[in-house]
Every structure is written in structure tokens, then in C-alpha cells.
Design a binder for this molecule. Structure first.
Ligand SMILES: N[C@@H](Cc1c[nH]c[nH+]1)C(=O)O
Length: 368
């Protein structure tokens, strides 16, 4: 019976065993990859002072965070909507004197007040890695390759990486000292909607080619290079080429140089990850500066719950029913070999209904 009070708020859901198991397997596969590449896991708390979450990343707004007053400190707390700023805080405080580069991994739930239309979920399981102390091409290459490897380990296919240059317009506009800040803002806005007419109307005709420098990496790069006659972007474009080369044929690479959506704090380089059957983005990452310490960093976040829905169905493990009086040592051995065991509690149980595939009989698992 569902009472009204049992309903969950919009955008929040229970994950039942099969789905929860897929999430666990996805997490395990991805975390193992991060661990294997030298990233140490940290576990920041679910909530903290609002001011501390917002000050670590430029451009990060607490508007979409669940916030409330802490009855004990009487200060405003916020539920994290992103773990990256927390990693920034850890790096800038308790791990400030550890050697750099610092490699940290994390996995945990995040929540937002309002989701977007494409993805109504208001809770998201973030899993990621942050390389602290570097925002170089080499750091970006390591991070993108690591993200792709984690997705592959989770069993995902059809992986693609879409590169972006979040501060591109600012960099180009900085060359033209006569340009007013209002115009730069208007250009940014029109580029966000990729509106060619609007772009012309606000005096951003010179930026029109940016709208077309989008798509498969090599073609889009050639267009961007042509546009960059002044050479302001030269080293960045060279950098993108090195990063793309690092990915090789692990994933398809595309370029959308003006995409800023979802890149509130990333600086010269950002990327979005996609994979077959994953609704929306599988993850995002890029270079940034940690607020307060101004330390450069590069990282990525995968949305592990979304990935799990697209990951291949885990194979059904052998589940052995252990009749009353079973041998503990046999049961232990079965589990060590990878089987699951279910103990008989009462005489009237039906092992098949309980999900068992085998029964322990005469010391051996016999198929049911
Ligand atoms: N945390 C960011 C991605 C990111 C991680 N590190 C740098 N950027 C996001 O979820 O969109």
C-alpha cells in the first residue's frame, strides 16, 4: 500500500536491488581504475558551510543547492551539488603541504534543487578524479585518458569526448582592447545559443566562424586554426592536438569550442564525455583554479548512476542454497570462489523463489 507520505519528491528515487547492484559494479570498476593510476580516495562530507562550497570555484553559484540553517552553528549549510569544490578545499587546507601533483579520487551523492529538462534527476552519484597542482596539457592528457579508461572499465562502449575552450571568447576579446565588456557578454550569450543572426546583431560578426568550428576534431581544428590569424589561440590549439593524440583510438574526439554550459569554473580546457546508451553526458571535466589558494588543477567527474543504467547487465552469479545444518567451511569456500550463498531459515522455503540457482547437497552445489 502506498500512502501519500511514502511518495518520494520529484527527481529522487529508490534504486532496487538490480539497479543498485549495477551502480555498485560501475563504481567498483571505475574506482579500481583510479586507484590503479595512483589516485587516493578521499571522502568529504555530504554537507558543509555554504560559504566554503562557493568560495572554492569561481563562477559556482549556490543558487541551486539545498541550503538551510544549522541549528548548532546557526550558520547556513549547503548540500553539495558537486564534489570538485570540496576536493579543492581539502587540497587547499588539510592536504596543503602534501607534495604536488596531488592525485585524489572521490565517489558520493550530490543533490540539486532543480534539475534540467533533459535530466530530471535531482540526485546524482559523482565519481571522479582531481589532479591538483597542474593545469597543463600533460595534466589534461592524463585526466582525459583516465576518464576514458574508467568508462571502458565500466563496460561502456561508443565513447566520445567533446573538447571545449571555456574562456575562448575572453581570450579572443582580450586581443581587441576597444571591445566593451557589454559587447563581450552579448557575444558570449549569442554564441551560447549558436545564433548567427543574433551574433551579427550585437557586433560579433568576427566570431561567426566559431559557430562552424564544431564537429569531428580534425575538421573543427582546421577551421579554428584558420580563424586564429592573430595567433592568440596558437598554444591552446597545439595543446588540444596533444591531448587528442593521447586519446588515440580509445574514443572519438569532437570539438565544440564555444560550449560553456556545465563549465562554470573550468578555464582554458573543458571536455564532456558521452557513451552509447547513456542519457545526456556521462561526465565532464577540465582545468580550473582552486579559489583561495589559486592553485591550478585538472579533473573529471563521471555521473556514475547514469552510467550504470547503460552498463552491460552483470552476469548472474551462482547462488547456492545452504540447507539447515550445512557445512560452514564448504559455504566459505563457495563464497571465496565467487558464489553467493543463501541460508535456509525455515522448512517451508522454496530456494528457487529466493533466487537460488543451486543447492548444496552431499557437499557439492547441485543445479536447481
Ligand atoms: N565537477 C565538474 C567536472 C570537473 C571535475 N573537475 C573539473 N571539472 C562537473 O561535475 O561538471
Amino acid at each position: 500500500m502506498t500512502d501519500n507520505t511514502d511518495l518520494l519528491p520529484e527527481g529522487l528515487e529508490d534504486r532496487l536491488p538490480q539497479s543498485a547492484e549495477r551502480i555498485t559494479q560501475t563504481m567498483r570498476a571505475c574506482l579500481d581504475v583510479l586507484h590503479g593510476h595512483g589516485y587516493d580516495r578521499v571522502r568529504p562530507p555530504l554537507l558543509e558551510y555554504e560559504s566554503s562550497l562557493s568560495r572554492r570555484m569561481k563562477g559556482l553559484s549556490t543558487r541551486w543547492m539545498f541550503r538551510f540553517v544549522d541549528p548548532s552553528s546557526l550558520r547556513t549549510l549547503a548540500l553539495r551539488s558537486d564534489i570538485t569544490p570540496q576536493i579543492g578545499r581539502i587540497a587547499a587546507t588539510s592536504m596543503a603541504d602534501r607534495p604536488r601533483p596531488l592525485r585524489l579520487a572521490y565517489c558520493g551523492d550530490t543533490a540539486v534543487i532543480r534539475a534540467n529538462q533533459l535530466d530530471p534527476a535531482r540526485e546524482r552519484l559523482q565519481l571522479g578524479a582531481e589532479l591538483i597542482g597542474a593545469d597543463t596539457v600533460a595534466a589534461a592528457g592524463e585526466i582525459v585518458a583516465l576518464a576514458v579508461r574508467a568508462l571502458t572499465a565500466a563496460g561502456l562502449t561508443g565513447i566520445s569526448v567533446d573538447f571545449t575552450l571555456p574562456d575562448l571568447v575572453d581570450t579572443l576579446a582580450a586581443q581587441d582592447l576597444t571591445m566593451q565588456p557589454d559587447t563581450v557578454e552579448a557575444i558570449r550569450r549569442e554564441l551560447d545559443t549558436k545564433d548567427a543572426g543574433g551574433l551579427k546583431a550585437v557586433g560579433g560578426e568576427a566570431y561567426l566562424p566559431l559557430i562552424h568550428a564544431t564537429g569531428p576534431f580534425n575538421d573543427a581544428m582546421a577551421k579554428l586554426r584558420k580563424l586564429d590569424a592573430g595567433g592568440a589561440l596558437g598554444s591552446r590549439l597545439d595543446g588540444l592536438e596533444v591531448i587528442a593524440a593521447r586519446i588515440g583510438d580509445l574514443a572519438r574526439v569532437t570539438l565544440d569550442p564555444t560550449e560553456r554550459h556545465g563549465f562554470e569554473y573550468q578555464s582554458w580546457f573543458g571536455f564532456t564525455l558521452y557513451a552509447k546508451d547513456v542519457r545526456g553526458a556521462a561526465g565532464r571535466g577540465g582545468t580550473y583554479k582552486i579559489g583561495g589558494s589559486d592553485e591550478p588543477a585538472t579533473g573529471f567527474t563521471l555521473y556514475a548512476d547514469a552510467l550504470a543504467d547503460a552498463a552491460p547487465q552483470p552476469e548472474t552469479t551462482r547462488t547456492v542454497y545452504l540447507p539447515i545444518g550445512f557445512s560452514e567451511s564448504k559455504a566459505k569456500r563457495l563464497r571465496a570462489e565467487g558464489s553467493r550463498t543463501i541460508e535456509q531459515l525455515t522448512q517451508d522455503e522454496d530456494p528457487i523463489t529466493l533466487g537460488c540457482t543451486h543447492i548444496l547437497q552431499g557437499g557439492n552445489p547441485v543445479e536447481l
